[in-house]
Structure formats: structure tokens, C-alpha cells
Write a protein that binds this ligand. Structure first.
Ligand SMILES: CC(=O)SCCNC(=O)CCNC(=O)[C@H](O)C(C)(C)COP(=O)(O)OP(=O)(O)OC[C@H]1O[C@@H](n2cnc3c(N)ncnc32)[C@H](O)[C@@H]1OP(=O)(O)O
Ligand SMILES: CC(C)C(=O)C(=O)O
Ligand SMILES: [Mg+2]
Length: 503
């Protein structure tokens, strides 16, 4: 498939139909700008007739001056089409059910009436000088002869592109290939596909449709959408580029950044093992793998797709499955040299801790190495003297921190959305003149039960060069655990920075 495919993103329409998700106008605009930067060809901004707010969102995106084409969704009803036209969109995506199951039980129209409604809608759109995409909703459960009759009718009415939606995600990849091939043999306008992920094969079905001749693929960021979602943009695009050798206009280096933005705004979290953009997509813990990767990354990575290509980073994780090559490298990164015996002992102790179910972070490795080498490795640059946090239903959460940084005393206060946010922001402000770091990941877990539960906080911090260090702390007070973990992580990062500056 050595060809160019266009990418139609429906994160803001089908993606937003994810149960429980509702994006603000401002969030939609930010995502639209990000998708433009990512290189999406067409962006479905929403369903204008559905509410006044939605209409305003779509209009704002259409008037934003983006390079991509902005599309609005409409049933084959004049009021829906007018709502799209009123938003000044570049393209209208109009749809109607063609399968018997939907036609009989939802819109309650005969096959002939559906064809007439579809043709009228397409003509109306073209009379208004707007690009038109027509979807035969539930195409994959529609009688094939009738489906082709509908597509031919809208082609005759001037439609620019037809969409083949697998609305309830029931296609087998080989059947999808055959369906698109059949349609392609009968219709002379471009074909687009829209696959749902009910059986987890939306990406495979999209790729088979592309192989069969579809020139455009509908996707969403992180695969969000109705029920189990839609085909995932990052997965479709990276398969096209890296496996099929096809081309798209996507600037893949922004894939991770875009995925994180959508994750953040929608609250739909990606599991760590999500392909391409998940936290573990390029992470290695097993000794045999990390040994190979440290020698040459392609040994245990695809090679045809690197973390740099998608804006990600490779991570070596120390844990239960670690081997000595990885531990040695991680210690060297902290400026810690060991003998072979010391290294073996550190590895045994690390595995002992991990076998108790604990996640090993940089601070643990540092502490174990200090114990095995029998000396304090590195000074703590920042020594926390005191901190306090004030919060309440009528109080903006505010924190004050005081610490010794080197030989100097430093103090700062800041506020946040909650007590932890305020405390961490106060620490970041306090050390701001000394070093620039930002909190990259934060997780909080109750490790015992009850309201006096011990909370375990894991934090990773990142410096201005993208170097990351993690630390953990446990306390019955979540703010104390958070501040402690943050300062520990920063101290280790500062130690590493001294080392890096000597290189
Ligand atoms: C597969 C998809 O993703 S399709 C897009 C689905 N997205 C959404 O539904 C999100 C936004 N939707 C909404 O806000 C509302 O459903 C609206 C504004 C569109 C319609 O709301 P309501 O008028 O309250 O109707 P409701 O949603 O209960 O029922 C859908 C109506 O649309 C009709 N309809 C559904 N599809 C079509 C179509 N393609 N063309 C014409 N009519 C249609 C149904 O027959 C039903 O009509 P009826 O009220 O005359 O029985
Ligand atoms: C509007 C249509 C294309 C849709 O989302 C579907 O059929 O899944
Ligand atoms: Mg859909």
C-alpha cells in the first residue's frame, strides 16, 4: 500500500460521544489547534443542531483559520444541514441509517424514502457550495445491493466522498476488505471508513479498508468514542507509516503530546500498555530485554517505530525482572560506581523489595546502593525545614514551605486547586531560582484502610532537558508524603545534574 491516505479526525464529535465526556468550548478549541498542528486533514468539530453550545463550538472552530478542513455532522434533515451551514464549515457529513434493523426500528422509513432523503440532503449541501460526505449508517449490516444503490444515488447527486461506517463494530477484517473492494468497483468517488472498536479490531478493519482502496480513514485520539470507541489515530497512522510504507500528513512527533492533552481534558485514562503513546510503550524492565536495548534498541523494539518518531521517550525501569546490566547503567547515571560483588548484592536487595510487591523508583535504588556501599552517596541539597497547608470550603488552598538549599535559607508560598497542588507548587516556586523542574507524574495510593490510612505517593520530576527521576514516600498525611517525595526526587535529580555537568 505505497500510497497517501488522508486522516479524518472525529475526536470532537464521535470521541465526545464517549459516555460521560463533555468538553468545554475552550478545550475543544485547544484540541482543534493541536490537531491542526498534528497535521490532520479534516476535523469533525461537532453536531451543530444538537445544542446552542455545540453550534457555538463548531462555529468558533470553523472561524479559527486552521489549515485543516472543518466538518459538521448532520442528519438528512434540513434543520441539521442549516445548522452546519450557519457554522460556516468547510464540509458537511450527512448520514442516514441504511440497514434494515436501524431503518425499521429507528427512522421508520422505507428503503425508497431513505434514498430520497439522502439524495435531497446531498443536493441541498452542494447547492450551498459546501463539500459533502455521505454516510450510510450501519453500512456493514446493510444488504449489499441496496447499499450500493444508495451510494450510487448520492454520487449522482454530487456527493464528494462516501463513508462506510462499521457502526456497531461487527466486521471481520477480511470482510471489511471485501466490502470496500466491492463498493470501490461500483462507485467512482473517494471512500472513507469509520470503524468502531466493539471487538477490539477497529484499527485492523480500518487498515483492511485502506488496503482495499479507501483513501480516507476516520479516527479519534486515544480511540475514544461511542461504547468501546473508534479506531485510534496514533495506531492507524503508525501502522500506515511503519508497517505499510504508506504516507499521511500527520506530524507523528506530536502524537504523544496530543494523546496527553485529550486524556487530560476527557478524563479517559490510557492504560500504561497502550500502543505508541502509553507510558510503557517504550519501557523495558526485564533483564534480557534491557541488556539488549542498552546495546542496541532495535533488539527488543520494532525499530521501524522509535520513541523519537512519536514524541515519546525510552525508559529503563528497575524492578523484580531487572538484570545487572540495567542496574549498573542506572547507578552509573547517578554517578555511582560499584564492584561486581556490590552490584550483585544491590540486585538481590532490589529484587527482595520488588518481591514484596513494591514499585522500585530511583530513590529506592539510591538508598539501596548507599546501604550496600556503606556510605551516604551524595548530599541532600534541599533540606526541608517546615511546611504548612491551609485548606477549607471557603479558603483557597495555600501552602508555605521553608527549606535549606545549600547554605541558604529559602521560603515560598503558593496556592492551588487543592492542598497537594498548593504544596507542590510552593516547593516548585521555592527552588525555581535554583533549578527548573516540573512534576511529570503523580500517583497517590492508600496502602492501608480507614481514614488514618497510610498514603503512598510516587512522583517523577523532569528537568529542562527532559531527564526524569522518580521517588516515593509514605505517610498518614498525604501532603507530607507528597512534599517529601518531591524533595527526594529533586535532590536525586540535582545530584545527577552535577554529574551531567561534569561530562
Ligand atoms: C452513529 C452516530 O454516532 S450518529 C450521531 C449520534 N450523536 C448524537 O446523537 C449526539 C447528539 N444528539 C442529540 O443531541 C439529539 O439526539 C438530537 C438533537 C440530534 C435529536 O434529539 P431529539 O429530537 O430529542 O431526538 P432523539 O435523540 O430522542 O431521537 C433521534 C431522532 O432522530 C431521528 N434520526 C436519527 N437519525 C436520523 C437521520 N440520519 N436522519 C433523520 N432522522 C434521524 C430518529 O428517527 C429520531 O426521530 P423522532 O424524534 O422523529 O423519532
Ligand atoms: C455518524 C456515523 C458515521 C457514525 O458515527 C457511525 O455510524 O458510527
Ligand atoms: Mg460512530
Amino acid at each position: 500500500m505505497n500510497t497517501h491516505k488522508t486522516i479524518f479526525d472525529t475526536t470532537l464529535r464521535d470521541g465526545e460521544q464517549t459516555p460521560g465526556v463533555s468538553l468545554t468550548n475552550e478545550q475543544k478549541l485547544k484540541i482543534a489547534r493541536q490537531l491542526d498542528k498534528l497535521g490532520v486533514d479534516v476535523l469533525e468539530a461537532g453536531f451543530p443542531v444538537s445544542s446552542d453550545g455545540e453550534r457555538q463550538n463548531v462555529r468558533a472552530i470553523a472561524n479559527e483559520g486552521l489549515s485543516l478542513d472543518v466538518c459538521g455532522l448532520a442528519r438528512v434533515l434540513t434543520k441539521d444541514l442549516d445548522a452546519c451551514i450557519d457554522c460556516n464549515v468547510d464540509m458537511i457529513h450527512t448520514f442516514v441509517s441504511t440497514s434494515d434493523i436501524q431503518r425499521i426500528h429507528t427512522i421508520k422509513k422505507s428503503r425508497e424514502e431513505v434514498v430520497a432523503m439522502a439524495v435531497n440532503a446531498v443536493e441541498y449541501i452542494k447547492d450551498h457550495g459546501v463539500k459533502c460526505m455521505f454516510s450510510a449508517m450501519d453500512a456493514t449490516r446493510t444488504d449489499l445491493d441496496y447499499l450500493i444503490e444508495v451510494y450510487k444515488a448520492v454520487e449522482g447527486a454530487g456527493c464528494d466522498i462516501i463513508n462506510v461506517p462499521d457502526t456497531v463494530g461487527i466486521m471481520a477484517p477480511s470482510s471489511m476488505y471485501q466490502l470496500v473492494k466491492n463498493i470501490n468497483n461500483e462507485v467512482n468517488i473517494p471512500i472513507d471508513v469509520h470503524c468502531h472498536n466493539d471487538f477490539g479490531i477497529a484499527v485492523a478493519n480500518s487498515l483492511m479498508a485502506a488496503e482495499a482502496g479507501a483513501s480516507q480513514i476516520q479516527v479519534t485520539i486515544n480511540g475514544i468514542g461511542e461504547r468501546a470507541g473508534n479506531a485510534n489515530l496514533a495506531e492507524v497512522v503508525m501502522c500506515l507509516h511503519s508497517i505499510y510504507g504508506a504516507k499521511t500528513n500527520i506530524n507523528t512527533e506530536y502524537l504523544l503530546e496530543t494523546a496527553k492533552m485529550v486524556e487530560n481534558y476527557t478524563g479517559i485514562h490510557m492504560p500504561a500498555n497502550t500502543p505508541i503513546v502509553g507510558d510503557n510503550a517504550f519501557a523495558h524492565e526485564s533483564g534480557i530485554h534491557t541488556h539488549g536495548v542498552l546495546e542496541k534498541s532495535d533488539t527488543f523494539e520494532p525499530g521501524i517505530m522509535t520513541p523519537e518518531m512519536v514524541g515519546h521517550k525510552r525508559r529503563i525501569v528497575i524492578g523484580k525482572h531487572a538484570g545487572k546490566h540495567a542496574v549498573k547503567k542506572s547507578l552509573e547515571d547517578m554517578g555511582i560506581e560499584t564492584t561486581e560483588e556490590q552490584l550483585d548484592e544491590i540486585l538481590i536487595r532490589i529484587k527482595d523489595i520488588a518481591n514484596k510487591g513494591k514499585r522500585i523508583c530511583d530513590a529506592d535504588l539510591h538508598a539501596v546502593a548507599s546501604a550496600v556501599l556503606g556510605r551516604n552517596l551524595g548530599n541532600e541539597t534541599i533540606i526541608l525545614k517546615e511546611f504548612s497547608v491551609m485548606t477549607g470550603n471557603l479558603t483557597t488552598p495555600t501552602a508555605v514551605v521553608r527549606a535549606k538549599i545549600g547554605d541558604e535559607e529559602a521560603v515560598a508560598s503558593n496556592f492551588g486547586v487543592g492542598p497537594i497542588d498548593a504544596a507542590l507548587k510552593a516547593v516548585e516556586l521555592m527552588i525555581g531560582g535554583y533549578t527548573k523542574v516540573k512534576v511529570r507524574d503523580f500517583s497517590l495510593e492508600a496502602i492501608t484502610g480507614g481514614s488514618d490510612a497510610l498514603a503512598e505517593v510516587t512522583i517523577s520530576v523532569e528537568d529542562e532537558h527532559g531527564r526524569v527521576v522518580s521517588a516515593q514516600s509514605a505517610s498518614a498525611d498525604i501532603a507530607t508524603a507528597s512534599v517529601d517525595a518531591l524533595i527526594t526526587a529533586i535532590n536525586i535529580l540535582l545530584e545527577k545534574k552535577k554529574l551531567w555537568s561534569m561530562e
